[in-house]
Design a protein around this ligand. Structure first.
Ligand code: CIR
Length: 255
């Protein structure tokens, strides 16, 4: 059984952090309808969804992925790279406490969950504008006793590691080679995005099902050519806040 922690879209989302996108109006109602459909899609996959109430004063708080890394054995609360996002972790700590023992990244470490890709016992961490070497060193210290290896990975021109690469099958990653060096993933099968769809590398693997946005039909065809038929879910309104599918939930096994 899988659990997903999600959070309602904040009424202040228009004041979100932006790094690579120009600010454009965000239709709050449309964002909420799409996010609700995303939660319903998860429920349809037998995921137990715990939807936290809106945080009216925390614009980016719907992007719960950035606040924690949840493994089978424990969870790590992040110290988000954007100062405006640091208060988001308080309520997430309360939500996770019934399920996992918690570690917390300490200053001078900074870490966004969007920079963390766990593949088996290897944890890749993007060295980005949000996540730094100190956080990687702390993760290695916390997680080595559980048998995890933490590897820093350089990314360029995108916000987070998972803007550039996500897992779509146990042995397969979906990757944008313009933003990350494929040599970081020896032994894995790689599917490249279509170069005309630069944001297409963010897919959400839930159990054996891939959730994917309808905005990337060329890359979707590449997935299908590899035998991966995604369930489509549209979070395009939150895309204007630089969010993608993985950002909107913390998904973990109910142990
Ligand atoms: C931010 O810049 O922090 C938010 N506007 C978007 C965060 C997206 N999160 C993610 O990709 N994990």
């Amino acid at each position: 059984m899988l659990i997903a922690i999600t959070r309602a879209v904040s009424r202040s989302i228009i004041n979100c952090e932006l790094t690579h996108l120009e600010r454009v109006p965000i239709d709050l109602e449309r964002a909420r309808i799409q996010h609700h459909a995303y939660e319903e899609t998860l429920r349809g996959l037998d995921v137990e969804v715990h939807s936290l109430p809106e945080e009216p004063h925390l614009p980016d708080s719907v992007f719960v992925e950035d606040t924690a890394i949840v493994l089978d054995e424990c969870a790590l609360l992040t110290r988000p790279g954007a100062v405006s996002r640091r208060p988001e972790t308080e309520s997430i700590a309360r939500a996770l406490a019934p399920f996992r023992s918690l570690f917390t990244v300490q200053t001078p470490g900074s870490l966004d969950g969007g920079d963390v890709l766990t593949v088996g016992r290897t944890i890749f961490v993007g060295l980005s504008s949000r996540s730094n070497q100190s956080a990687i060193d702390q993760m290695q210290t916390f997680l080595a006793p559980y048998g995890y290896t933490v590897k820093g990975v350089q990314i360029t021109d995108c916000l987070h590691l998972k803007s550039a690469v996500t897992q779509v099958r146990t042995d397969t990653l979906l990757v944008n080679p313009a933003w990350i060096d494929k040599a970081n993933f020896p032994g894995m099968k790689l599917i490249e995005i279509d170069p005309s769809e630069q944001y297409a590398a963010n897919a959400l693997l839930v159990g054996g099902t891939v959730l994917y946005q309808p905005a990337y039909p060329m890359t979707q065809a590449c997935l299908e050519a590899a035998g991966i038929y995604p369930v489509l879910v549209d979070e395009s309104e939150l895309g204007k806040a630089e969010g993608a599918l993985t950002c909107c939930a913390l998904i973990f096994r109910k142990t």
